[in-house]
Design a protein around this ligand. Structure first.
Ligand SMILES: Cc1cc2nc3c(=O)[nH]c(=O)nc-3n(C[C@H](O)[C@H](O)[C@H](O)COP(=O)(O)OP(=O)(O)OC[C@H]3O[C@@H](n4cnc5c(N)ncnc54)[C@H](O)[C@@H]3O)c2cc1C
Length: 381
């Protein structure tokens, strides 16, 4: 299924993951400290460039990006997350930025020289993106943004954050736009890091925006087109988040296989029990199905499929692969018995990280809404 170049990337990242990343995974999860060393490693390897088009310094392959996420996330979810955080705003810039914005911002993100995050969610408004209350009003030379955000992942380490805010007087979703807010801009305050059960190595923070001034050219694209951009960015990034699910499922299988080969019960290795073998077989069957769906959807992105042609497939891939991650990781913990509950073994972090994946980037109920609405020809609300 992978071409020669994608296979080369797979070999390289698999080797690096085993030799340099795996040993750091437990520590990153335990301490919850941002892995700057892993960021530097990904940068040195040029991995941030994978999904970016060649004209902006990239490799131009969403499939290759999924492969890299899968190989890293199989051993360390948090290291793979560093790629995913960078790749979400990239989708928005690519979908709606002016040519000048693309030229200015994409190469920096593609090389890893700069880090970016995206901040849409607010306390009263997560799934319902259209309900955000942060507002931007036009002033001389630019915009002033006022409001509060929650769950901005990467905020404290990012050079800039794309903040969702409504413009104009109305409350319609079409008034939502994204604004580039540089770290250190007066009026922007980054709140205390959330204490999370999963995805612990990449910090998420609330943001407080008190009449933050941004220049006119920090509005991404043109006014009133923003909501579409947000949706397009989420669509193109969804196969990448789905690949994180495949990564967790595959990693959980790797650990489970190691464990059952070494555990005895009733005078024999537990691998001899049909009940154990069938569980492992089902874990593999589901993971392979998820992998196929993810690669197929990533290929659609690479083929330039967008909008409503992409949305239900991207949603299906994210939903299925992350539900598989949760099921497979939970079954892996079951196979570990009590050892799966202690922190002596890494398997429970796969389950904690999988739960996060079912919630972020649109919950899996919302993904099902997208698939159902497309099937029945309903206009999404
Ligand atoms: C670790 C982490 C990192 C995050 N990073 C970011 C980030 O970087 N930037 C950002 O902007 N946001 C981020 N988020 C926020 C995330 O996108 C939201 O949490 C998510 O969209 C769900 O919103 P909510 O938590 O407000 O839940 P709600 O929208 O309140 O949903 C609560 C429950 O109701 C269900 N529900 C809601 N509406 C419907 C419906 N129409 N049909 C069926 N069920 C429905 C949901 O599926 C869920 O089960 C992050 C969240 C987490 C946990």
């Amino acid at each position: 299924m992978l071409n020669a170049e994608q296979r080369q990337i797979q070999d390289l990242v698999r080797r690096v993951a085993r030799e340099k990343v795996a040993a750091r995974a437990n520590d990153i999860d335990r301490t919850g400290e941002y892995p700057s060393d892993m960021y530097a490693l990904l940068r040195e390897l040029g991995l941030f460039a994978l999904p970016f088009p060649a004209e902006y310094g990239g490799t131009g392959s969403s499939v290759a990006a999924c492969v890299a996420i899968e190989e890293l996330g199989r051993v360390c979810y948090n290291t793979a997350y560093l790629l995913a955080v960078q790749w979400t705003p990239f989708g928005a810039i690519l979908a709606g930025g002016t040519e000048a914005q693309k030229q200015a911002w994409l190469p920096q993100l593609s090389s890893g020289e700069k880090r970016a995050s995206i901040s849409i969610t607010e306390a009263q408004s997560g799934s319902d993106v259209s309900g955000i209350r942060t507002r931007a009003r036009r002033v001389d030379g630019g915009w002033r943004i006022h409001g509060q955000k929650v769950w901005c992942t990467g905020a404290s380490v990012s050079d800039y954050i794309f903040v969702g805010a409504k413009t104009g007087d109305g409350d319609s979703p079409s008034g939502i736009n994204l604004f580039k807010v540089d770290r250190g801009t007066p009026g922007l305050q980054i709140g205390r890091k959330e204490e999370k059960t999963g995805a612990r190595g990449v910090p998420s923070h609330p943001l407080f925006l008190d009449d933050v001034f941004v220049p006119a050219d920090h509005l991404l694209g043109s006014e009133q087109g923003g909501f579409k951009l947000v949706m397009e960015a989420l669509n193109t990034a969804r196969p990448l988040h789905a690949a994180r699910g495949v990564a967790l499922a595959q990693g959980a299988i790797d650990h489970a296989v190691d464990f059952v080969k070494n555990r005895q019960a009733f005078g024999q290795g537990i691998e001899a029990f049909q009940g154990v073998r069938w569980m492992l077989a089902d874990m593999v069957i589901q993971t392979e199905a998820a992998r196929s769906l993810v690669y197929r959807t990533a290929q659609m992105v690479d083929d330039g499929v967008t909008g409503q042609a992409l949305a239900p497939m991207a949603a299906a891939a994210k939903c299925f692969a992350t539900d598989v991650a949760m099921k497979v990781a939970t079954d892996a913990v079951q196979l570990f018995g009590a050892s799966g509950i202690t922190t002596d073994y890494p398997i429970n972090r796969y389950m904690r990280d999988a739960k996060v994946l079912q919630i972020i980037e649109g919950t899996n109920q919302i993904q099902r809404n997208i698939v159902g609405n497309a099937l029945l020809g309903r206009v999404p609300r």
